[in-house]
Design a protein around this ligand. Structure first.
Ligand SMILES: [Zn+2]
Ligand SMILES: [Zn+2]
Length: 160
C-alpha cells in the first residue's frame, strides 16, 4: 500500500478495534465485538458532522469495567453479544451537534454529555434521548419530550 494512502479501519472505514476495545487489562486479548449497525450509523453521523475524525472515548466495556465507570448494568457498551454503544466526540463539534446529526441519521439513542455524546442502537426503552447531569442521575426524554432532541434539550437546559 502506498504510504500516503489512508489506511482503512479494521471494523469499518474509519473505526478500529483498538479504539473500541474495553480498556481493562483482562480484555486486552479478548475479541472486540461491535454491532455492524452501530458502525454503519457512526460512519453516517461522522459524515453529517463534516467528515472529521471521531474520537471514541468509550466503546466496549466488560461488566466489571462497566461497573467501575458507573455504567448501567444493561448498558449498550457491554457486548451482549456485541457492543451497541459508544461515547464519542469530534474536535470542534459540540456534543449536542453530534446528537442532532445522530437524530438526522435516525435509529440511535442519544445521550448528551458535557464533552461527549453517547450513541447506541438499542431501541428506545422508553427514552430516545437523555442528558448527563453533573453529580446526579441523567434526565431522560420519555417524560418530557421524546420526539425532538432539540426541544428536549432546550426544556432541560433552558437558555444554554
Ligand atoms: Zn474489560
Ligand atoms: Zn455511553
Amino acid at each position: 500500500m502506498n504510504k500516503d494512502e489512508k489506511a482503512v479501519g479494521d471494523l469499518s472505514t474509519n473505526f478500529w478495534k483498538f479504539e473500541l476495545r474495553c480498556p481493562c487489562k483482562k480484555c486486552r486479548r479478548k475479541r472486540v465485538l461491535v454491532d455492524d449497525l452501530l458502525l454503519f450509523k457512526l460512519e453516517m453521523v461522522r459524515v453529517e458532522c463534516g467528515n472529521k475524525p471521531m474520537t471514541i472515548n468509550s466503546g466496549n466495556r466488560c461488566p466489571e469495567e462497566n461497573k467501575k465507570v458507573g455504567g448501567y448494568p444493561d448498558s449498550a457498551h457491554v457486548p451482549m453479544p456485541k457492543g451497541k454503544g459508544v461515547d464519542a466526540k469530534i474536535k470542534g463539534v459540540k456534543p449536542l451537534d453530534i446528537g442532532l446529526a445522530a437524530e438526522k441519521v435516525g435509529g440511535l439513542r442519544i445521550g448528551i454529555g458535557k464533552t461527549y455524546c453517547h450513541l447506541d442502537v438499542k431501541p428506545p426503552c422508553p427514552s430516545k434521548y437523555w442528558i448527563y447531569m453533573k453529580r446526579r442521575a441523567p434526565i431522560y426524554s420519555a417524560k418530557i419530550e421524546n420526539k425532538s432532541l432539540i426541544r428536549f434539550y432546550k426544556i432541560v437546559m433552558g437558555g444554554r
